[in-house]
Write a protein that binds this ligand. Structure first.
Ligand SMILES: *[C@@H]1O[C@H](CO)[C@@H](O)[C@H](O)[C@H]1NC(C)=O
Ligand SMILES: *[C@@H]1O[C@H](CO)[C@@H](O)[C@H](O)[C@H]1NC(C)=O
Ligand SMILES: *[C@@H]1O[C@H](CO)[C@@H](O)[C@H](O)[C@H]1NC(C)=O
Ligand SMILES: *[C@@H]1O[C@H](CO)[C@@H](O)[C@H](O)[C@H]1NC(C)=O
Ligand SMILES: *[C@@H]1O[C@H](CO)[C@@H](O)[C@H](O)[C@H]1NC(C)=O
Ligand SMILES: *[C@@H]1O[C@H](CO)[C@@H](O)[C@H](O)[C@H]1NC(C)=O
Ligand SMILES: *[C@@H]1O[C@H](CO)[C@@H](O)[C@H](O)[C@H]1NC(C)=O
Ligand SMILES: *[C@@H]1O[C@H](CO)[C@@H](O)[C@H](O)[C@H]1NC(C)=O
Ligand SMILES: *[C@@H]1O[C@H](CO)[C@@H](O)[C@H](O)[C@H]1NC(C)=O
Ligand SMILES: *[C@@H]1O[C@H](CO)[C@@H](O)[C@H](O)[C@H]1NC(C)=O
Length: 402
């Protein structure tokens, strides 16, 4: 009896500790293709760390973004090359990838989001020709071009002489009702709003959200308070790459269509710490339990972390991750500013249970996994790291089947 009660929790610990990550990276100066790499961690007595188990090079020169299907069985890789591509791959049981189809797109796509229940995808094109494009997905797993929208972005710009000479569409995201797709535009200080036609998947433009001049909206997330369910306001949290702020807006659904945004709060992505010069906020996401919003800070290393080489006493410089707790009225309470484990955390993902965060540090070619307290939202001890990942700069990290 005693053996059984002891073995059960042990098995649980082991199964929660083994995991696989999928990481995309750009080509390096010496390669013509970027990479999709599967990283595997298995704990236990014989731990060999976070190892690269598979490498796939089907996604062209500049894999910039990964989107997993809702069942986790396929991954769509977005290639930022010119032309760009949408490479659809099957995720095999062992974590390796098998290409199903490859479709050319307008140049420079940096993010994408499925819409219409996973039957279509919208892409954000940073440039050289800024714009938005959409595709439908056939039952034979091929993307069919639907719309290329570049004219509305052709003459947009804003105040920053370096980064805002032209529009730079940076992300595609869908609202909680699935009726609207938003595209933060770093170069134009706008968040473009499109209505989705549920039967044709066509996008049509609505009045955009105007951001603060010079702020550079990069990515955004929708959020709805869990309580009270009866009177649930929808909020939009926008992370700005140039001003290093997160703005919170209350969203109103207009009749017959369109969205209105009322600013309710704005915080620094460094919380109470002064934002260093040159900082460039990166990613934003909501924790799986809906209780926290997290963002990353790049190009402004405030931290040091131990060198992974035990013979090397020189600490590594590190950028940061910040956590806030949103209130039911959309205000953001600072929780923690902590090391990302390396330079340039362009992307990070929480495991499905929120107990770990995996960070893609673009400037350090590293992927670092930290423990996270689901109750307080605080990021803690380093679990494991992989160095020397990617061909030339890791761009996106996802948890496979977990
Ligand atoms: C590319 O090749 C050059 C010459 O062999 C070498 O010095 C450099 O370190 C290589 N760069 C990378 C990223 O491997
Ligand atoms: C530990 O795992 C490595 C890699 O799989 C293997 O080569 C080695 O033999 C294992 N060591 C033990 C003691 O099992
Ligand atoms: C997929 O398409 C892109 C863009 O045309 C190209 O660069 C890449 O090589 C293609 N991948 C394969 C495996 O053909
Ligand atoms: C969405 O897609 C899933 C899986 O393809 C399907 O089971 C479900 O019925 C669809 N829902 C709607 C509303 O179309
Ligand atoms: C997939 O379906 C599309 C449209 O139905 C068709 O044009 C295309 O040739 C098909 N591709 C393959 C590989 O069968
Ligand atoms: C959009 O442009 C790409 C790249 O030129 C092209 O392959 C695709 O067919 C175009 N889509 C539409 C809907 O015309
Ligand atoms: C962009 O501006 C140029 C010059 O003013 C004008 O000729 C062109 O029509 C504009 N394009 C769009 C799509 O508005
Ligand atoms: C969606 O497109 C169809 C076909 O063009 C059209 O009949 C319908 O009115 C559109 N729906 C909306 C809500 O615009
Ligand atoms: C519902 O939300 C609105 C808008 O935030 C607020 O004005 C109103 O007081 C709320 N009603 C209740 C019953 O909480
Ligand atoms: C020790 O680590 C630092 C920081 O990464 C690095 O610059 C240095 O080259 C390393 N020294 C040795 C001897 O490997």
């Amino acid at each position: 009896m005693k053996t059984v009660t002891l073995l059960f929790p042990l098995t649980q610990v082991l199964s929660t500790q083994a995991f696989q990550l999928l990481v995309s990276s750009y080509k390096s100066e010496n390669t013509t293709v970027g990479a999709l790499q599967t990283l595997e961690y298995s704990s236990g007595k014989n731990t060999s760390g976070l190892r690269i188990t598979h490498t796939n090079t089907d996604c062209g020169s500049s894999p910039s973004w990964l989107e997993l299907s809702s069942d986790g069985n396929t991954v769509t890789c977005i290639n930022e090359g010119d032309p760009g591509s949408l490479t659809l791959l099957d995720v095999q049981c062992d974590g390796s990838l098998k290409m199903l189809s490859n479709t050319s797109t307008l140049g420079g796509p940096v993010s994408g989001s499925f819409f219409n229940n996973g039957s279509a995808i919208g892409l954000a094109h940073y440039g050289p020709v800024p714009g938005v494009s959409t595709f439908t997905i056939t039952s034979n797993k091929t993307y069919i071009p639907l719309q290329n929208l570049t004219a509305p972005f052709a003459n947009l710009s804003s105040v920053d002489p370096e980064r805002q000479k032209t529009s730079h569409v940076h992300q595609a995201l869908v609202d909680p009702t699935g009726q609207y797709m938003l595209f933060p535009d770093l170069g134009a200080d706008l968040i473009h709003v499109y209505c989705i036609n549920a039967s044709t998947a066509q996008l049509s433009a609505h009045t955009p959200l105007k951001s603060e001049p010079g702020s550079g909206p990069r990515h955004a997330v929708f959020w709805q308070p869990t309580q009270p369910a009866a009177n649930r306001t929808t909020y939009l949290f926008v992370v700005h790459e140039l001003s290093n702020t997160i703005a919170s807006y209350a969203v109103t659904y207009l009749s017959p269509s369109g969205l209105a945004f009322d600013p309710v709060d704005q915080v620094s992505t460094f919380g109470p710490t002064a934002a260093p010069r040159g900082a460039a906020a990166g990613e934003i996401l909501i924790s799986p339990d809906n209780a926290f919003v997290l963002a990353s800070n790049r190009l402004a290393p405030l931290f040091h972390v131990p060198n992974p080489d035990p013979r090397n006493a020189t600490a590594l410089q590190s950028d940061s991750l910040v956590t806030f707790a949103p209130s039911a009225t959309g205000s953001l309470r600072f929780v923690q500013l902590v090391a990302s484990g390396g330079l340039g955390p362009r992307h990070f993902s929480l495991r499905g249970d929120g107990a770990m965060v995996a960070v893609a540090n673009q400037g350090s070619a590293s992927v670092v996994v930290y423990e996270r307290d689901q109750g307080t939202g605080e990021i803690g001890r380093e679990v494991v790291r992989a160095s020397g990942v990617g061909a030339g700069g890791v761009t996106n990290v996802r948890w496979l089947r977990g």
